[in-house]
Write a protein that binds this ligand. Structure first.
Ligand SMILES: Cc1cc2nc3c(=O)[nH]c(=O)nc-3n(C[C@H](O)[C@H](O)[C@H](O)COP(=O)(O)O)c2cc1C
Length: 161
């Protein structure tokens, strides 16, 4: 177990830039990515602090995170509050000193409930939860999951923060 963890940690130590592919699963990261994080975030090894902040061996490296999401959670939209993926990744990576992070989000990748929640203009295949009107805006009424009305504009598929 520790040998595997050490191997993953060595990969990170050898890298200048870390590239992470992260599908959104249930508003957060996938179980697989969480399992990897649990192997590489290790007290006394990658997690080292002094009063000035994180001092671990990964501090100062760059990080590029490319997410894919069924819906859209852009800042300033009603659904931004449901994004537990980017805030969590920023937090846990900062914990090991990776504060230089760029996120690129590939959004609106799946029709259905996620796009409805995200206010996509394409309400097709919406499982009866809502539909787009002619102006391209979406009106969602209460559905079986308890979501209330969300009106949104069509979002670009990609955006960068
Ligand atoms: C188990 C599971 C949970 C998902 N949860 C969400 C979600 O909470 N929000 C969302 O926008 N999309 C969600 N999706 C859609 C994925 O984020 C979307 O398909 C994304 O492109 C991931 O790529 P993948 O399907 O190849 O894993 C989920 C997909 C799966 C399989």
């Amino acid at each position: 177990m520790l040998a595997f963890s050490n191997t993953l940690e060595e990969e990170l130590l050898a890298a200048d830039t870390m590239v992470i592919g992260a599908p959104m699963h249930n508003f957060a990261i996938s179980a697989l990515l969480k399992a990897w994080i649990d192997q590489v975030v290790r007290g006394g090894r990658t997690v080292l602090f002094n009063p000035n902040g994180p001092q671990g061996p990964l501090a100062g490296k760059k990080e590029l995170v490319i997410t894919s999401r069924g819906g859209s959670y852009r800042a300033g939209t009603p659904t931004a509050q449901y994004d537990y993926q980017e805030p969590y990744l920023r937090h846990i990576m900062a914990f090991v000193g990776l504060t230089d992070a760029t996120f690129i989000h590939a959004e609106n990748q799946k029709p259905g409930a996620w796009r409805i929640l995200a206010g996509s203009s394409d309400g097709s295949n919406s499982r009866g939860c809502g539909r787009a009107n002619r102006s391209g805006r979406l009106a969602v009424t209460a559905n079986q999951n308890g979501w209330r009305q969300i009106a949104g504009k069509q979002e670009p598929r990609f955006h960068r923060k």
